[in-house]
Ligand binder design. Structure first.
Ligand SMILES: NC(=O)C1=CN([C@@H]2O[C@H](COP(=O)(O)OP(=O)(O)OC[C@H]3O[C@@H](n4cnc5c(N)ncnc54)[C@H](O)[C@@H]3O)[C@@H](O)[C@H]2O)C=CC1
Ligand SMILES: O=C(O)C(=O)COP(=O)(O)O
Length: 392
């Protein structure tokens, strides 16, 4: 069998709307291609999976990259891409569903109704006798606290205003882009603790990183109103679930709705867990797959870096008739000097050059008018601080 130029391994089901964007003549895409150049995943955990030497890039069709060993890949000079905002509306809609499930006790009420015994007359009687246990509350005038005002948090905050809620938000590192989209009616909280204290409903929309692990802790739960409802559609580990269940059992927290079932929350009378459904809509799956495939194609075919979580943004249009070196190097002085010297020593004229850095890492794209020889690549790879070099 002849190999195509690029092989992509999918580790989860990825929407065909995205996969069909890999041109058939260039790509082999499957669940177990030999020596893949790229991995394409959703929530598959890669921490304990050996990542082949052949891999040049990893894409997450989704937002969270906590399932990917990003630091180890950075050390190897491999970019990790995600799809910012592509599933944010889907999550927002599920959070709103969670809000209503909680405020009207819909989940337990539906279970009660489903299991009513007897004929229709008996059911009708039991309904009227039993419904008082499910009396809920209305949203206008209540306070929603939003921790994390990124793609999802902003959409949740804005939508909640439309439902009549008062909204307070906290995000010390909000991006300019997200701040532009946040309604001016969302109040800026002074501190995270301020949000815990004031919220009738609190929702978290932060990534799972070391700083956010256990962010909803015993100490912060103690600040909350006894009747408050906690929503977690971010990641299970952001919440100390044992502390939440303890607070629910002690009557110091009103309810917990999350997207992450576990032995502690499943069947708990004050919890509702959904099976990680936040991004599971046709639209979100499509959006994420398209964005992830385009990002992989941009990097594999042109060395472009767009929406990477560990690499600098590096986009330079191709000049017709040129070839391109894609170099990943440590962000130390004189890398560009050494690269251009080697290229010049081989009599190559540089038609375009881009050098972008992020932290300890840099990407250098060099367009040359001549052919790319294995000798030049070997010399580039031998520069101290170059992690990888390829020609396209
Ligand atoms: N349930 C599901 O299916 C889904 C869950 N998610 C989860 O939601 C998370 C957020 O997604 P997006 O909004 O798209 O990401 P995003 O990157 O657009 O927003 C995250 C925001 O959190 C803020 N942040 C980080 N640390 C913080 C802290 N300690 N306190 C306050 N704010 C902090 C950041 O500044 C950023 O603005 C993802 O990382 C993922 O874990 C995302 C999509 C689907
Ligand atoms: O995008 C995210 O962070 C998600 O949690 C969505 O996960 P999924 O793609 O549905 O496995």
């Amino acid at each position: 069998m002849t190999h195509k130029q690029f092989r992509v391994q999918t580790l989860n089901a990825i929407s065909g709307a995205g996969l069909s964007r890999f041109p058939d003549e260039l790509y082999d895409v499957g669940t177990a291609p030999e020596d893949p150049h790229a991995l394409l995943v959703r929530s598959a955990k890669l921490h304990d999976t050996p990542i082949p030497e052949s891999v040049l890039a990893v894409a997450r069709a989704g937002a969270g990259t906590n399932n990917i060993p990003v630091d180890a890949l950075t050390e190897r000079g491999i970019p990790v891409f995600n799809t910012p905002g592509a599933n944010a509306n889907a999550v927002k809609e599920l959070v709103l569903a969670g809000l209503f499930l909680a405020s009207r006790n819909l989940f337990h009420a539906a279970l009660f109704a489903r299991d009513l015994p007897g004929d229709d007359a008996e059911i009708a009687k039991a309904v009227e006798a039993g419904k008082k246990q499910f009396v809920g509350f209305e949203l206008p005038g209540r306070t929603l606290g939003v921790i994390g005002l990124g793609a999802i948090g902003v959409k949740v905050a804005n939508a909640a205003l439309g439902l009549g809620l008062r909204v307070i938000g906290f995000d010390p590192a909000i991006s300019v882009e997200h701040a532009w989209h946040l309604s001016a009616d969302v109040e800026r909280a002074d501190s995270m603790e301020d949000v815990f204290r004031r919220a009738d409903i609190l929702t978290v929309h932060v990534p799972l990183i070391e700083a956010t692990r256990g962010l909803v802790s015993t100490q912060r739960l103690a600040l909350m109103k006894d009747t408050a409802v906690l929503l977690n559609f971010a990641r299970s580990e952001i919440v100390d679930t044992e502390a939440v269940v303890a607070a629910l059992d002690e009557g110091t927290l009103g309810g917990y709705v999350c997207d992450f079932p576990s032995t502690l929350v499943d069947r708990h009378p004050k919890c509702m867990a959904l099976p990680h459904l936040g991004a599971s809509t046709k639209e979100a799956e499509r959006n994420c797959a398209i964005m992830a495939v385009d990002e992989l194609r941009g990097f594999l075919e042109d060395g472009q870096v767009h929406n990477s979580v560990n690499f600098p943004e590096a986009v330079m249009a191709r000049t017709p008739g040129t070839h391109r070196f894609v170099i990943v190097n440590r962000n130390v002085p004189n890398m560009v000097g050494q690269v251009s010297t080697i290229v010049a020593q081989h009599g190559q004229n540089i038609a375009g050059l881009l050098n972008k850095s992020r932290g300890d890492l840099a990407v250098t794209l060099v367009d040359v008018e001549g052919e790319i020889s294995p000798t030049i690549l070997d010399e580039l790879r031998a520069i101290d601080g170059v992690l990888s070099a390829r020609g396209i």
